[in-house]
Each structure stands twice: as C-alpha cells, then as structure tokens.
Design a protein around this ligand. Structure first.
Ligand code: NAD
Length: 368
C-alpha cells in the first residue's frame, strides 16, 4: 500500500528539520511494509518569494489530494511588511481552512531525560503525558460580527464574536473522547460557563454527547482559568483536555512550556472522516521558523520527527511504528545527546543532522 505525503518545509529552520523527517521516511520505506511517496511544494515566505502568494492553487490541490501533509514552519522578519493576506502565516491558515482541520491535537509529553529542563520541579513534570484537543476552525477567531468601528463621540469600538454551534462542539468532543479511550480514558472539558453563554452551551452539549455515546470515559468539566492554574499546580491529573479555539490556544502553549523545550513538541490537525474513511490531516512542530538559528545546523528536529510519529499513528494507524519512533527519540536523549536548545551540563551537544542520524541509529537497534 502506498501513502502519499505532501511535504511543505516552509521557511527558516523548516527545511532543516524537514530534511531529517525525509531521511526517516526513507528509513521506513527501506524497512516497513507501507511505502510512502513524497511530493514537495513551497509554503509561506518561500512561496511568496517565488509566486507572490503564501500558497499557490497548485500546492493547495496537492494538499487536498495527499493522504497527509507534513508542514515545517513559516515566517520570518523578511516578511514583516508583506500585506496581511499574503503573509507567510496566511498559507497555513488557508491549509487549515480548506482542509477543514477542525481538531488540533497538542500532546505535552515530558521525556524523563529532560525533566530537569522544565521551569517546574522535576517531580511535577516527570512522566507527564497529556493531550490538549483544541477546536481550530470556529469560536472567537472566526465569529462574526467582528471589526473596529468609529463611534460618534470620537472613541473607537472593537467587537469579536465567540460563537459555537452544536455540531462544532460535538465533533471536537468526539475526537477527545475517542482519543481518551486509547489513553487513560479521562476527558476534562474546559470552558467558562459561569460567564459566557457559549461556555454554557459547550458544557451542556459535551455532557449530552458523553451521556449518549461515551459513558465509559470519565468526564469532568473545568473552568478554563482553573485549568490554567491546575496545569502548573498538578499537570499529571489530566489525560485529555478538550477546549475551544481561544482557550486552546493559550492552554496548549502553557502545557508546552511545562515540558521545557519548544523544539520537542509535535502537533496534528485533523479534519472529518469522509465516506471512504479518508481523513484530511496536517502534522507540524509547534515551533516557528526560528530565524535566529536558521541555516546554522542547530535546530532540534525532534518536534518534527515526533509530528511524523503522530502522522504514522493517526493517519495510517501504524501504532507500532509510531511507538518505535518515540522510543528511539527517548533512547537518544537517554544517551545524553542534545541539540543546543535542550543542552544540559555533562551531555554531548550535537547538531540537527547528527540528531536525525542518532534517532535512525536508535531505530535500527530497536527494530533489529
Ligand atoms: P519560534 O518558535 O520560531 O522561536 C522561538 C525560540 O525558540 C527561538 O529562540 C528559536 O531559536 C527557538 N526554537 C524554535 N524552534 C526550535 C527548534 N526546533 N530547535 C531549537 N530552537 C528552536 O517563534 P518566534 O521567534 O516567535 O517566531 C519566528 C517566526 O516564526 C515568526 O515569523 C512567526 O510568525 C513564525 N511562527 C510560525 C509558526 C508556524 O509556522 N506554525 C508558529 C510560530 C511562529
């Protein structure tokens, strides 16, 4: 069976960390039963430089046809004065919108070897493994009306609208419940039902869906502000957290910080499954294009490599292979190998491609 992957490396360190994923794909093609075919295209500033657009229609078509999209990172100071709709980030927003990627999965996983890198005490984060499921295509970032108006008294007034309909809440909650069943079977649903009607609807609809279809999963409701506090007080109480676009944006960044390095964290964005069982999906590291270290061979490729592991697990149901990649990363960290962003005293500092090679060598051993 051949799976088609579209690779969109993007800008800055994007191409550097994607090169290590490509080498990993080649490793799998040599060893595993599934064959991956890859195509490449430009996105973000790289696309703007060549075509004057952050993503072309031809690249969008490839993304729509692919079995999964692997995305690096976009942006950089060079594009600071580009018009808003042509900014590198607009390419990513277009992909999310046109692929209908409504579910953003952000794991926060603390590798044992890195527990000292967190700003929290090691005992609070050791063994941390939580999954934040953020609604990605609705809520206050897209709700209408929105805009700034001039008032007769000379003041200005800004409006954003937080809006959710039942189907949007059900489909994201369903993703969370299904994921929980594969993990520790717990979902915390975070909203602000005490002060927001959209929060009240969210809570009621999640409760209804749970009662109808997911009674076997333990559901708790938590106010989003309390959730933020609990994440730094006792993050290990959580398994899956499901929340809206705005709270998810904030809570997932907070959870990322618990693990110590932005260079370690993957993400997946998933769409609905169609009648043929195909689900559109895009996988990307949570970090940006890191212009400060681009082109220096210093970038940590692990976030992108773990994003590919998520792709194996969620797009291709290759659980065993995904687990192998994660164990290889863990093994390399246990050997004391570190890119500069996760460097610790007594460890050996290496660059992007050495880290990629070390992970493939660990895979060779694990798969032997
Ligand atoms: P950033 O994530 O690019 O970098 C923040 C800091 O983390 C920098 O010091 C960087 O060197 C470091 N870092 C990030 N990834 C790393 C890695 N893999 N290995 C080692 N160190 C790493 O965020 P920023 O500096 O705020 O943004 C830079 C550009 O990236 C901006 O143009 C921004 O808009 C864009 N951005 C893009 C995305 C995306 O493509 N999804 C996400 C965030 C930011």
């Amino acid at each position: 069976m051949t799976q088609n992957l579209l690779l969109l490396p993007g800008d800055g360190i994007g191409p550097e960390v994607m090169a290590e994923v490509e080498r990993l794909i080649a490793w799998f093609n040599a060893k595993a039963h599934t064959k991956f075919e890859t195509t490449h295209d430009l996105v973000g500033g790289a696309s703007y430089d060549k075509h004057g657009l952050p993503i072309t229609e031809a690249a969008m078509k490839k993304a729509l046809e692919a079995d999964a999209v692997l995305f690096g990172a976009v942006g950089g100071p060079k594009y600071a004065s580009v018009p808003y709709d042509k900014r590198p980030e607009a390419g990513l927003l277009r992909l999310r919108k046109d692929l209908g990627l409504f579910a953003n999965l952000r794991p926060a996983l603390c590798f044992d070897a890195l527990k000292e890198s967190s700003t929290l005490k090691p005992e609070i984060v050791a063994g941390l493994d939580i999954m934040i499921v953020r609604e990605l295509t609705g809520g206050v970032y897209f709700g209408e009306p929105r805009g700034i108006t001039n008032l007769p008294n000379g003041e200005r007034r800004a409006v954003d609208t937080q809006v959710y309909a039942t189907h949007e809440i059900h489909r994201i909650a369903r993703v969370a419940f299904e994921l929980a069943r594969l993990r520790r079977n717990k979902v915390a649903s975070a909203e602000k039902h005490n002060v927001m009607t959209s929060g009240l609807l969210w809570k009621e609809e999640v409760t209804k869906l749970h009662a109808a279809e997911y009674k076997d999963v333990e559901l708790t409701h938590i106010l989003a502000d309390n959730c933020a506090m609990q994440l730094v007080r006792n993050p290990k109480q959580f398994d899956v957290i499901v929340t809206d676009n705005l709270f998810g944006d904030i809570l997932s960044d907070e959870a990322a910080q618990l693990t110590g390095s932005i260079g370690m964290l993957p993400s997946a964005s998933l769409g609905a499954r169609d009648a043929n069982g195909k689900q559109r999906a895009l996988y990307e590291p949570i970090h940006g294009s890191a212009p400060d270290i681009a082109g220096q061979g210093k970038a940590n490729p692990i976030a992108n490599i773990l994003s590919f592991a998520m792709c194996l697990r969620y797009s291709f149901a290759m659980k065993k292979e995904a687990g192998l990649v994660e164990r290889a990363v863990s093994a390399v960290l246990d050997q004391g190998l570190r890119t500069p962003d996760i460097m610790q005293p007594g460890m050996r500092q290496i660059g992007t491609s050495e880290m990629g090679s070390a992970i493939r060598a660990a895979l060779d051993k694990l798969a032997a």
